[in-house]
Design a protein around this ligand. Structure first.
Ligand code: A3P
Length: 292
């Protein structure tokens, strides 16, 4: 049985998470007024969104770095199209950090003024697939799929929230000249978090002391985020959204977990579709922890 209609809401060719989205919000998105110092985190789901929210929140908010304020990371860098806490974006202090999974053609038109910044985080799609498979089984607002094989077909067809991964990354990359955008890899954050934080600070034109950079890095490690309820969404998801089992948002946080889940045949099928869709695409992907 296909439950797609229960879980997905298609608006202008892109699939939203139906239980969490408000149609009125979608209609106003493109005309949303952008400020020059806005920062958008943009990702395809399961590419390291929460990690980037945590990093940017730590970079921008001293009260987060020194733990004097007890605010959820989600509220510091709220989701733009899934405004689950009904934040009044117009009342947020500048600089606003907003988070989104939108494709390039649905974001506020004002982002094309090239002043507001976009940080686009991407991850190798086999790990996204693996992460997404587990996440969909965990969260009640997503359609659970029993086997990874079945989930892979949905993922490749774009019958998931976020639609086709290929279109998301290609669309953003091919239209990059219209935006002030930095592309960064999940795997580079994983291999060298400190350098990645410094690169992000430089893009954001934020100068932090050495100690502050150390603090950001320390609080953005997988283990520390996993044990910090403000950073890992577990409470919000369990109490406000609902789960089907004992999962964790921060599940494994590794590079190459797909190798434990895809069979040789499934992997070959993925590769052939990847090659067809990503021909001549210049960004490189890291599929394994030991790869440079
Ligand atoms: P896994 O399911 O592979 O563990 P998103 O926030 O876009 O939904 O992405 C979630 C993925 O990012 C999960 O992947 C999660 O564990 C991983 N992640 C989150 N924080 C991380 C961190 N500090 N270090 C490494 N991976 C992290």
């Amino acid at each position: 049985m296909d439950n797609t209609d229960t879980y997905l809401f298609n608006y202008k060719g892109y699939n939203f998470e139906k239980p969490l989205v408000k149609i009125g919000d979608l209609e106003n998105m493109e005309d949303f007024e952008i400020r020059d110092d806005d920062v958008f985190i943009i990702t395809y789901p399961k590419s390291g969104t929460i990690w980037t929210q945590q990093i940017l929140s730590l970079i921008y908010f001293e009260g987060h770095r020194n733990s004097t304020e007890n605010i959820q990371t989600l509220d510091r860098a709220p989701f733009f199209e899934y405004n689950i806490h009904n934040v009044n974006f117009d009342k947020m202090l500048s600089p606003r950090v907003l988070t989104s999974h939108l494709p390039y053609y649905l974001v506020p038109k004002g982002l094309k003024n090239k002043k507001a910044k976009i940080l686009y985080i991407y991850r190798n799609p086999k790990d996204i697939l693996t992460s997404y498979f587990h996440f969909s089984k965990w969260l009640v607002t997503l359609e659970a799929t029993h086997t990874i094989e079945h989930f892979m077909e949905k993922f490749l067809d774009g019958k998931v929230v976020g639609s086709r991964w290929f279109d998301h990354i290609r669309g953003w990359y091919e239209h990059r000249h219209n935006f002030n955008i930095l592309f960064m890899r999940y795997e580079d954050l994983k291999k060298d978090l400190r350098s990645s934080v410094l690169k992000i600070c430089s893009f954001l034109e934020k100068k932090l002391s050495e100690e502050d950079v150390d603090t950001v890095v320390r609080q953005a490690t997988f283990q520390n985020m996993r044990s910090d309820p403000r950073a890992n969404y577990d409470d919000i998801i369990k109490n406000e959204i609902g789960t089907r089992n004992e999962g964790k948002f921060l599940r494994k946080g590794t590079i190459g977990d797909w190798k434990h889940h895809l069979t040789v045949v499934q992997n070959e099928r993925f590769d052939s579709i990847f090659q067809k869709n990503m021909k001549n695409f210049p960004l490189k992907f890291i599929w394994d922890m030991n790869e440079e």
